[in-house]
Design a protein around this ligand. Structure first.
Ligand code: AHM
Ligand code: MG
Length: 338
């Protein structure tokens, strides 16, 4: 929805500085941290947009902690975020998909925040020119002591202070929420180098008639997931079925479409990915936080994602994101009630 006339031309910085996101933490440090994330998003955008031209595509030959091949742009995005977050001294440490252990950025006890991130998600889509994204979440460090350790990150997603993502799509968009303050989207204008408010107070629409899942995994799904999947494809005028299937294979793109158009995104556990594929701390939790703040829901199929007590930095989790009705219906299938 286009912003009201009085909201035209509001930049991300102004929005943050004027406290328009309803931050519970209006400290200068928190504001500055958000601005550093905005800056990193601009820098990564410029690198993503130039990737083909600058010939920085291609494999480095190394593998990351997940055992996947790391493409150069992942590393570039990771380094960019780390240096932006390290610059002002408010971020104590970062846990990233690209790093086996958290990276300490400041040992000053006044550095009160830690950040979780997947710096460039959907990296297998980079070399085919399909949308990719950055995912982030901000937590308050546990105590006022120097540095940070794994325990600072192993906390349920409901403790997030803010979370969001940047989608490098046909335009670049940054979507951010502090939970109570609503979900807001900013579109990047590369000609002036600013994010402008474009989607104020995003609410996930109900209905939507869309589902998003890697159907190639259906042979490995549980009986419950298969029954849900058969149901969405059944013909029924009353409920508008069959639903249309949309699957990019980039979480940021699939979740963003689901947030704006409604429906449901799911990456359930299956015989191969027995705990699911997506990572709890820096993929599932930020999106769960965004979806709940937009009036939707986020579960594993049986449990609220934001209530999970993490045990490992890179742990995986089944993920179901969507409108309240769609997610609740999915859960009914998982409980065998349908
Ligand atoms: P990545 O972090 O290695 O990029 O993997 C995560 C991606 C998500 O963006 C996406 O939702 C999912 O993996 C797609 O997985 P699949 O190809 O199995 O459908
Ligand atoms: Mg990822």
């Amino acid at each position: 929805q286009p912003p009201a006339a009085s909201r035209v031309g509001i930049t991300l910085e102004t929005y943050i500085l004027d406290g328009m996101m309803g931050f519970p933490e209006a400290t200068g440090a928190f504001t500055s941290l958000l601005n550093q994330i905005g800056l990193a998003a601009k820098l990564i955008t410029s690198k993503v947009r130039r990737a083909g031209l600058a010939n920085i595509l291609g494999y480095t030959g190394e593998t990351n902690v997940q055992g996947e091949q790391v493409q150069k742009l992942d590393e570039v995005a990771n380094e960019t975020l780390l240096s932006s977050l390290g610059r002002r001294g408010h971020c104590a440490a970062v846990a990233s998909e690209e790093l086996e252990e958290p990276r300490v950025l400041s040992t000053d006890p006044r550095a009160r925040y830690v950040v979780v991130t997947d710096p460039l998600d959907g990296s297998s889509n980079i070399d085919v020119n399909i949308s990719i994204g950055t995912i982030f979440g901000i937590l308050r460090k546990k105590e006022d002591r120097a540095g940070a350790e794994a325990a600072d990150f192993l906390r349920p997603g409901r403790e997030l202070l803010a979370a969001g993502y940047v989608l490098y799509g046909s335009s670049t968009m940054l979507v951010i929420t502090t939970g109570v303050g609503g979900v807001h989207g900013f579109t990047y204008d590369p000609t002036v180098g600013e994010f402008f408010l474009s989607h104020e107070n995003i609410r996930i629409p109900s209905g939507g008639g869309l589902y998003s899942i890697n159907e190639g995994n259906s042979g490995r799904w549980t009986e419950e997931v298969r029954r849900w999947n058969a149901w969405v494809k059944e013909e029924d005028k009353g409920t508008g079925r069959p639903y249309a299937c949309r699957y990019v294979g980039s979480l940021v793109a699939d979740a963003h479409r689901t947030l704006l158009k409604g429906g449901l995104f799911a990456y359930p556990a299956d015989r191969k990915n027995q705990r699911g594929k997506l990572r709890l701390l820096y993929e599932a939790n930020p999106f769960a936080f965004v979806f709940e703040a937009a009036g939707g829901r986020a579960t594993t199929g049986s449990e609220r994602i934001l209530d999970i007590e993490p045990t490992e930095l890179h742990q995986r989790v089944p993920v179901v994101l969507g409108g309240t009705e769609e997610v609740t219906l999915f859960e009914e299938f998982m409980r065998g009630k349908r």
